[in-house]
Design a protein around this ligand. Sequence first.
Ligand code: UN1
Length: 515
Amino acid sequence: LWDMEDTMPTTVERALEALGLTDLNPGGFAGSWMGGGRPQQVVSPVDGQPLASVENVDRDAFEAILARCSEAFLVWRRVPAPKRGEVVKELGLELARNKEALADLVTLEMGKTRREALGEVQEMIDICDFAVGLSRQLYGLTMPSERGRHRIQEQWHPLGVVGVITAFNFPVAVWSWNTAIALVCGDTVLWKPSSRTPLTAVACTRLAERVLRRMGYDPAVCSLVIGRGSEIGDLINTDPRVALVSYTGSVPGGRHVGRLVQERFGRHILELGGNGAVIVSEKGDLDTALRAVYFGAIGTAGQRCTSTRRVIIHASIYDTFVARLQDLYGRTPIGDPRDDKQLMGPLVDAGAVDTMMAAIEAVKAQGGSIRCGGERLDLPGGCYVTPCLAEVRPSMPIVREETFAPVLYLMRYETIEEAIRIQNDVPQGLSSAIITNDLREAELFTSPEGSDCGLANVNTGTSGAEIGGAFGGEKETGGGRESGSDAWKAYMRRQTSAINYSGGVELAQGIVLEI
Ligand code: UN1
């Protein structure tokens, strides 16, 4: 017998009810909820239906929120780091309890498949675990002093308010990478989500609010500002009370943020464009290559910064590999992302579909050819497409651009050095991979002469980076690092202290003072 409840497609009402949320208006928070700006209707890319309306913050609300978030920092920085870790531990547990409902909301609001949305929430839980451990490991160094009875130590101190500006494609995970780390580091967070995904942002902030209140801390530690256009973002970028701006988005967006924040000598972490490539060697396992490339290219409908956009295939296996990939492309289940049978949901909006079609036209105009896909599908909402395989030459300008859609560029190579050259010959430098069982090729790829990206994988695809490593990339990707390893250092200020316990005064560098 079917359980009718469980076969019903998820609705926004069901997801919100499961999260214990009813009213999502307004979209600003720092201890209390406020808005004041124009309400905006959120439309689901899944079926084009309205989900809810959220009120943007106006300038007055922004000012009140930033003031409260800065005030909260003065107390939060005094809480011992392992105690701050306990809060993050509870946040992780709260996220785990609400995993399904939050994933449903992610799917409804930005259109990624349910299994990928569950993966995104899992990333949030994982980074909380990581940060809890980190809360007892914010190690500084000590160094030998050149002077007698002196010692030198460094400590890591909380920085202040961290402005977190996130993109639509990972509407909740990117907030969590920044927030879990910032919180154990003693910072407070002011989040500005993509204006396409305000509902999931309100939901996450409500969950954090619940945890902070329950544990007796100021909920303004996790503050929120929702705003359309660049006005609210620029208030964050230009305000010296925001010590660090962590921005995920486009290259032009990052250039703008970087300039404004640098102008006031603030700090920034920039996570900008990717143009991921996989080198498929004739010495690699073809099945591994197919799976890695296929998921990397069509996962999240090609809307990850780590998506695979280029495959560089050894000439001797080019025809076989492309034929098998084309077969997979032709059988891709595309449709309502709430249905677990689908591998690809919609693009985020009609504009994204137009951008994809424009890239396909550019391929043709520049002398490339379309092997398959790239059609609009007549499904509710109008944002569904078939994934596209395009045969190109590395020198075509379109190949150097990041098109945030499932268009995969196919290229061939003869030598491994040539493959690495093609891989590196783009302005972006986020994610890359090689599929090979040849030790020398793999080592060359990850060596100083190899991939110039922040992520360089062997025998696994470009997307799906784990939170334990530092995440980010070079060149136009912006150079920032988030989440694991020692990325936490960007969220703290380093203080070096020379301590003299000699009873006298000895100057450094041997300087003698005669008074
Ligand atoms: C992004 O696309 O903005 O590596 C982040 C991945 C994910 C994160 C992607 N862990 O695909």
